[in-house]
Write a protein that binds this ligand. Structure first.
Ligand SMILES: Cc1cc2nc3c(=O)[nH]c(=O)nc-3n(C[C@H](O)[C@H](O)[C@H](O)COP(=O)(O)OP(=O)(O)OC[C@H]3O[C@@H](n4cnc5c(N)ncnc54)[C@H](O)[C@@H]3O)c2cc1C
Length: 378
């Protein structure tokens, strides 16, 4: 199915419902997108991409459409569920609790959070986490805290990464599906001025008792499964960054051609035009990277590396684009919903889902692979 066909019926129907609603809550947005078939279309054949657990071109179309009409926090709420939590759950056996929960989420009946970042450790040092699972007879007992979790205050279930043994070996971590109404779970909203609609908060687990069917996949494969799904989140981050940069450039260009300084359009100033042209070059470079990530490339880098490259490039492009465009917009950019607000929120593209420094570490680790791909003859 061509992407325009995907985009027109389901997505347009959902966007019409979203736009008809004055200030749609993230849960409503998820429900509208799910019931109109946009969520299931991300995972359905005919063109699933084995690398990402979903169809990247459809994800790009959806994120671009949502970014155009929703606050950043609400799009973030959708993105975490569609690009990270659901691909993880959908990997589970269809008749398991995780498999059934995935179907409920795809149908829009429930919403999800993904909780990896731990209160006891830096996000860049994930395997130092304190949140742990202990076995008591047939039951699993979860204790610890997670912080900066999108949808913490709104989700029905969280996928929680926790350690089952001391040490940092990758087999020592499991993923659990935790109902956020279970006894011992406490939800605390984050104290932040930013990300309205994302439901960001901490999740505290005080000896939460769960039956073994709450394990997602094999107990020793939690970190491996999380690492795979974080690549899809990083892909989503790059695709969304490109849509956001392109939207802000279009808005700013419109403003520059209309505003007049010293009797001429601001756009006629050579310095302004050159500065803007540099941003266009940057965004078109990111667009090319998005196209490459969306089309299977035989012999290309592994998905972990392709996603790290795209996310790091997206964060850099956005930072430059928003900084320069906000300056070019002058005082207007300081209005309540002006560009400086968006610029601060968009700094999350260099933090959430792995900081740009962590990604550079990963990219440097694969330098030889990337150089070989670039120069196959050498
Ligand atoms: C808006 C938002 C939404 C989020 N949503 C979620 C969510 O849904 N689920 C979830 O689990 N987590 C979520 N997070 C948490 C996010 O994943 C972490 O913030 C991230 O992993 C970074 O961890 P940290 O904040 O502890 O920063 P740190 O790891 O302490 O890093 C802080 C800074 O230290 C420096 N640094 C770190 N490592 C290196 C290095 N190797 N080399 C050089 N410098 C380095 C960098 O400057 C880095 O920016 C979210 C965060 C934000 C801001």
């Amino acid at each position: 199915m061509p992407e325009t066909a995907f985009a027109s019926p389901a997505l347009h129907e959902a966007l019409a419902s979203i736009s008809a609603n004055d200030s749609p809550q993230a849960r409503d947005v998820w429900k509208m997108l799910a019931t109109s078939g946009v969520v299931s279309a991300l995972y359905d054949p005919p063109t699933p991409d084995g690398r990402w657990g979903l169809n990247p071109a459809r994800l790009q179309t959806t994120l671009t459409a949502l970014d155009a009409v929703l606050p950043l926090g609400t799009t973030l709420s959708f993105c975490v569920q569609a690009a990270t939590a659901l691909p993880l759950l959908r990997d589970a056996l269809p008749d398991s609790l995780a498999g059934r929960t995935a179907r409920e989420a795809v149908a829009g009946h429930i919403t999800l959070a993904l909780a990896a970042t731990d209160t006891a450790a830096a996000g860049s040092d994930l395997t130092a986490m304190g949140t742990r699972i202990e076995q008591e007879g047939d039951m699993l007992v979860l204790t610890g805290s997670k912080r900066w979790i999108v949808n913490a205050t709104t989700a029905d279930h969280a996928l929680v990464l926790a350690r089952r043994r001391p040490g940092d070996h990758f087999t020592h971590f499991s993923l659990l599906l935790v109902p956020l109404t279970a006894p011992g779970v406490r939800v605390e909203p984050a104290d932040t001025l930013w990300f309205d609609g994302a439901g960001i908060g901490s999740l505290h687990f005080d000896a939460v008792r769960l039956s073994a069917d709450h394990l997602i996949g094999s107990p020793s494969r939690g970190l491996a499964a999380f690492a795979r799904s974080i690549s899809t989140e990083r892909l989503a981050s790059g695709l969304w960054a490109n849509a956001l940069a392109s939207r802000v450039l279009t808005q700013t260009h419109r403003m520059l051609t209309r505003r007049r300084i010293a009797g001429a359009a601001q756009w006629d100033n050579t310095a302004v035009r050159h500065e803007f042209a540099a941003l266009l070059i940057d965004q078109h470079r990111l667009q090319a990277m998005c196209e490459k990530a969306c089309s299977p490339t035989p012999g290309g880098p592994p998905p972990t590396v392709a996603a790290a490259l795209l996310k790091a490039a997206g964060a850099e492009t956005l930072e430059r684009t928003l900084t320069v465009c906000a300056r070019l917009q002058g005082a207007e950019a300081f209005e309540r919903d002006g560009l400086h607000h968006l610029r601060t929120e968009a700094a999350m593209f260099g933090i959430a889902g792995g900081t740009s420094h962590t990604l550079r570490d990963l990219i440097a680790d694969h330098a030889e692979t990337l150089l070989d791909i670039r120069n196959p003859a050498s």
